[in-house]
Write a protein that binds this ligand. Structure first.
Ligand code: PMP
Length: 306
């Protein structure tokens, strides 16, 4: 259960948590055209707080809306301010932030006409998405029987509500089969991404991640690529197959919720010799960055005071 907070920002103002409700004929509820973000605020080492890469998340939020031709009736700056306002209202020095824009009630049918575009921002505490133990010891993953979206069916650069039916199906299947997470292949059979994470593998010291074809352009992915390069690693974006993951020295998932989670096993095959040397190095550096301990990446932090 999500922990109940005081307020949710709803179309320009804060409303009590229990009053942030919509009509059952809300268009998005029926047809899935809505866009959202997942953002994290972290407590900083110096006692302050910051939202990690807030500008980039809000920019992607608007890009997602543009892709599905939804006009969010606020500016990016207004959404940035509203996110901070919501964190403050809920007295949250850290936590998870969920902006969502959706097509409200009015016309039905797949052409929503002039139904209102509504926007909410909710925040709640959210610890390690796959568990603290996963961050430390890695997870067991299954290649999904579900393919990731064909790029001309659903547009994966948009963080669009309806796209996540595919994620829910893959995640449910993986969990029911006793795994922690699903790895999905694209429709050509190459590794794509997980249900809410991008993927990296490490082979002979080179870090490889999937190109931006069938995947969400993850902000954690981009951050880790930059961080890894700055630490002297060679990073390449290149298609790879599931057997390349089986035989990789290391593999890991990343995302706002999952942060950097090592993959211990894929389809019952242990990956590498354990230890997660590169993954742990990057994870440690990433956690320093989000905690404001590396001044080089101060520009990734949107500081605020509760
Ligand atoms: N892929 C998918 C399908 C996701 O839902 C997410 C989470 N937003 C990611 C990748 C990782 O993206 P980010 O690092 O921006 O959270």
């Amino acid at each position: 259960m999500v922990q109940k907070m005081d307020s949710i920002w709803f179309d320009g103002k804060l409303v009590p948590w229990d009053e942030a409700n919509v009509h059952v004929l809300t268009h998005t509820l029926h047809y899935g055209v809505g866009v959202f973000e997942g953002i994290r605020a972290y407590r900083l080492k110096d006692g302050g707080s910051s939202v990690f890469r807030l500008k980039e998340h809000v920019e992607r939020f608007f890009h997602s809306a543009h892709i599905v031709e939804m006009e969010i009736p606020f500016t990016e700056e207004e959404i940035v301010d509203a996110i901070v306002e919501t964190l403050k209202a809920n007295k949250m020095p850290e936590g998870y932030i969920r902006p969502l824009s959706f097509v409200g009630a009015g016309a039905m049918g797949v052409h929503p006409g002039s139904n209102p575009i509504q926007t909410i921002i909710a925040t709640w505490p959210w610890g390690a998405y796959l568990g603290e133990e996963a961050l430390e010891n890695g997870i067991r993953v299954k290649t999904s029987t579900f393919s990731r979206h064909h790029v001309n069916a659903m547009m994966t650069k948009g963080k669009v509500c309806g796209n996540y039916v595919n994620s829910v199906l893959a995640k449910r299947e993986a969990v029911a089969d006793g795994y922690d997470e699903a790895m999905m292949l694209d429709t050509a059979g190459f590794v794509s991404e997980a249900t809410g994470e991008n993927i990296f593998i490490v082979r002979k010291g080179v870090i490889k991640t999937t190109p931006l074809t069938s995947i969400l352009d993850g902000i954690t992915r981009a951050s880790l690529m930059e961080l890894a390069e700055d630490l002297g690693y060679k990073v390449v974006e290149q298609q790879f197959t599931r057997d390349e993951v089986y035989t990789a020295d290391e593999a890991f998932f990343c995302g706002t919720a999952a942060e950097l989670t090592p993959i211990r096993e894929l389809d019952r095959r242990a990956i590498g010799k354990g230890g997660f040397k590169v993954a742990k190095h990057l994870q440690g550096e990433f956690f320093k960055v989000v905690a404001g301990e590396n001044p080089k990446y101060e520009h990734w932090l949107h500081r605020y005071a509760v």
